[in-house]
Structures are given as structure tokens and as C-alpha cells.
Design a protein around this ligand. Structure first.
Ligand SMILES: [Zn+2]
Length: 137
């Protein structure tokens, strides 16, 4: 009854006796929640308490790769890494969506800060030119 021969679904059976129904991780017979390699991260998540499956997976991702975020290039690296993690089933699509969304905000915040800095320099230059002009008159 479980899994009806599909190669894509998790082998685990839930407490109610029904198949898990989660997508298998690449190279595993289980989903991210049931994969034995995830057990340590899950135990840690349970210890912390009240953590959802998505957050549990995010926790694992955070443990594996802390994001420095110092440059726009590093955001690009993060996005490429996230794309590959989604394609290989290493992270939940919800985590990838959150990474994409937050990266977008981060890039826009940087662009705004950069524009403000350039505007401030222009205003300073303009003020100095006015002073010089008044002094020369
Ligand atoms: Zn499962």
C-alpha cells in the first residue's frame, strides 16, 4: 500500500500508518524530514522546541553554510548555491523562496545606500562650488 511503486516518494510511514508522501532527497529513499542523515539536525531542532519542518531544514542549511553577505557578488554566490541545493533536493523550496526574497531586499537596500552616498557627495561638491563662486564674485 505504501508508495504504490513510485520512485519519487519518501519510504517512511507516518504515525497514522499512511505513507509520508514527501519528495525523496536525491540519493535517499527518504524526504528531508525522514532522512537518517538529517536526524542530528532534527534532534537539535526538537531540543530547541516548536520548530517547523521548514525551519528545521533552514537550520541545517545555516549550519552548513553561514552567509557573510559582504558584497553583491556574495549574494550572487548564495543564489547560485541555493539554486543548486534546490535542484539536488538538499533544501526545501520554501527556504529557497525565502533566500530569494531576502536577497532581493538586501540588494535593493544596498543600491539605495549606494545612491544616498553618491547623492551626498554630489551635494557636498555643489555646495563647495557655490562657496567658490561667491568668493570669486
Ligand atoms: Zn518522509
Amino acid at each position: 500500500m505504501a508508495n504504490s511503486g513510485s520512485q519519487n516518494w519518501c519510504e517512511a510511514v507516518n504515525k497514522d500508518g499512511k505513507p509520508c508522501g514527501g519528495y525523496r532527497l536525491v540519493g535517499s529513499e527518504y524526504c528531508s524530514a525522514h532522512d537518517p542523515e538529517n536526524k542530528a539536525a532534527m534532534a537539535e531542532a526538537r531540543r530547541l522546541g516548536g520548530i517547523t519542518t521548514g525551519q528545521r531544514i533552514a537550520l541545517r542549511v545555516l549550519e552548513e553554510s553561514a552567509f557573510e553577505g559582504a558584497t553583491v557578488g556574495s549574494v550572487g554566490d548564495l543564489l547560485v548555491e541555493t539554486i543548486n541545493q534546490v535542484r539536488t533536493g538538499k533544501i526545501d523550496i520554501r527556504v529557497a523562496n525565502a533566500v530569494g526574497y531576502l536577497s532581493n531586499i538586501l540588494i535593493r537596500a544596498r543600491e539605495t545606500a549606494d545612491l544616498e552616498l553618491r547623492l551626498e557627495k554630489l551635494e557636498t561638491t555643489l555646495e563647495e562650488m557655490r562657496k567658490d563662486h561667491r568668493a570669486a564674485a
